[in-house]
Write a protein that binds this ligand. Sequence first.
Ligand code: HEC
Length: 168
Amino acid sequence: MKYIKTAILVFIGIMIIIQFIPAGKKNISTTTSVYSLEKTMNVPGEILGNLKNGCYDCHSNNTKYPWYSNIQPVTWWLNSHIEEGKEHLNFDEFGNLDTESRAEMMEEMAEVIEEHEMPMASYTWLHPEARFNDNTNNAIVTWLKSQSENAVDKQNEKKTKTNESEGE
Ligand code: HEC
């Protein structure tokens, strides 16, 4: 009994102490990016809304922080997700990718959504609004795939044209 009490006190002590460790800068941009997905492409409103709800907290320059994000160790845990997420994909930098990379990224996004890998389960557990139902999931996946194929087609068209003009 005594050990349990000590263990609980030590745990509480650690929890209090770690609250004083600085959390670093928040992922909140003061400027709007001209390279964002919606500035680069024509995204249907509903799809954009879903992506914003489901992905932007970890894959954009603006995270909506819930109140518990100010409590350690949640802050670290969130920050590491945001940092890692943005390394893979940043919706605010989408326009900086070349056509081929955009197509690949949209294909990859479609895959992770189709396989329910994203949004991450640990995220949708706390953010029910980010849970996609089957219809929403299908709509997003279909749109992403069609856009990805479109982009590849256009790229091929361009290549064929250059080849033709080079051949003259
Ligand atoms: C809670 C934070 C979080 C949310 C929300 C989230 N992601 Fe991610 N995402 C990550 C992290 C962390 C990684 C890198 C590690 C990994 O692959 O699990 C990642 C990786 C990815 C990758 C690269 C996968 C790979 O295999 O390289 C894609 C694509 C992606 N996310 C798309 C999305 C899309 C689309 C959404 C919304 C439907 C979304 N993510 C929502 C955190 C998140």
